[in-house]
Write a protein that binds this ligand. Structure first.
Ligand code: COA
Length: 338
């Protein structure tokens, strides 16, 4: 029997410390107004020292399972997929630890590394496991602690990124027309432009190169202006390709849930797709760019605000380092976020 993958649970978690633009203006050569005007960001959350990505992922995963009415016990899900740029360690992956701490038993658990596109890649992978009949329920998490990789000497990146985690549960259902079913995904990459977003050191390239690494190379770097243009183009192309495949006219999308990197990117993307700006879901003002956690955090916010009614057409799209990008389409299910 054919199976389709439906979204049946949603949860999110932000570390308690809220960092305002005003606070950052006391730490960097910047102003609260510059940050708000150029990015739309007014505050973000940063984890306390010693808090790692798995800690946030466990909280969000717990909440998503609760939202799906699933217990924290072996057999609740068949796989845990965790998208992150900031794993607890270079080795092993963070997902197995999260699965164990959630009490989910000896399930399949693996990380996805696609930077800010990570959640869409993870959703695509989890959905494929279900449609292939390899899993009945999958917990998909996007979690980040960017505050641990930001260069305190780089005002451009330090004012943009925040920490947080969001998660969804996908479940096998027999019919494609049920709300929540992932109707299609589009994924892409361009590795020839990997230098636009990178942590230069910490991997095999640095470790096998003779000489002492530059400590600065252990931080996250981004060429913001070039990334901005690529983000609008690639998310626009990916979303358009997916809409064609799914058979949705662009104008029929009720909610555009784009990667929350910059309010100007979200507005440009809506314009490019021919959608009124109000159809773009926005929470970048409150959380900043949370990379792989961005889309589930935006979904949770919209559900909590009551602005994402069941039955509405939702288009997810993300762009990030790699370069990578992707899109996914679904009709919103009837659920409450935890
Ligand atoms: N405060 C004050 N000035 C700043 C600043 C800050 N925090 N950061 C940069 N500037 C300065 C620059 O030095 C530059 O000064 P100059 O003109 O004297 O050289 C000026 O502001 C403009 O810099 P620029 O990089 O051209 O600004 P921008 O309008 O492109 O905005 C970003 C910078 C990073 C906000 C923007 O490019 C961006 O959002 N890019 C994409 C970010 C992203 O997260 N994408 C998704 C990837 S996952």
């Amino acid at each position: 029997m054919a199976h389709f993958a439906a979204l049946v649970g949603l949860g999110s978690y932000l570390p308690p410390r809220r960092v305002t633009n005003e606070e950052l203006a006391t730490m960097f050569d910047t102003s609260a107004e510059w940050i708000a005007t150029r990015t739309g960001i007014r505050a973000r959350h940063w984890a306390a020292p010693g808090v790692a990505t798995s800690d946030l992922a466990v909280e969000a995963g717990h909440r998503a399972l609760k939202s799906a009415n699933l217990p924290l016990e072996p057999g609740a899900v068949d796989a845990v997929v965790l998208a992150t740029t900031t794993p607890d360690h270079p080795c092993p992956a963070t997902a197995p630890q999260v699965a164990a701490r959630l009490g989910l038993g000896t399930v399949a658990a693996y990380d996805i590394a696609a930077v800010c596109s990570g959640f869409v890649y993870a959703l695509a992978t989890a959905s494929a496991q279900i449609t292939a009949g390899q899993a009945r329920r999958v917990l998909v998490i996007g979690a980040e602690t960017y505050s641990t990789i930001l260069n305190p000497a780089d005002r451009t990146t330090s004012v943009i990124f925040g920490d947080g985690a969001g998660a969804v549960v996908l479940r096998a259902v027999p019919d494609a027309d049920r709300p929540g079913v992932i109707l299609g995904v589009d994924l892409g990459s361009d590795g020839s432009r990997q230098d636009l977003i990178t942590i230069p050191a910490g991997g095999s390239r640095e470790r096998s190169t003779p000489g002492e690494p530059d400590p600065q190379d252990r931080y996250f770097t981004m060429q913001g202006k070039k990334v901005f243009a690529e983000a609008v183009n690639r998310m626009g192309e990916s979303a358009t390709a997916l809409l064609d495949r799914v058979g949705w006219p662009a104008g029929s999308v009720d909610h555009l849930v784009g990667h929350q990197a910059n309010i100007r990117i979200l507005k440009a993307l809506a314009q490019r797709l021919g959608l009124p700006e109000e159809r773009a879901v926005v929470n970048v003002d409150r959380v900043g760019n949370t990379s792989a956690a961005s889309i589930p955090l935006a979904l949770s916010d919209a559900v909590a605000a009551g602005t994402l009614p069941s039955g509405s057409r939702v288009l997810l799209t993300a762009f990030g380092g790699g370069l990578t990008w992707g899109a996914a389409a679904l009709t919103w299910p009837d659920l409450s976020a935890a």
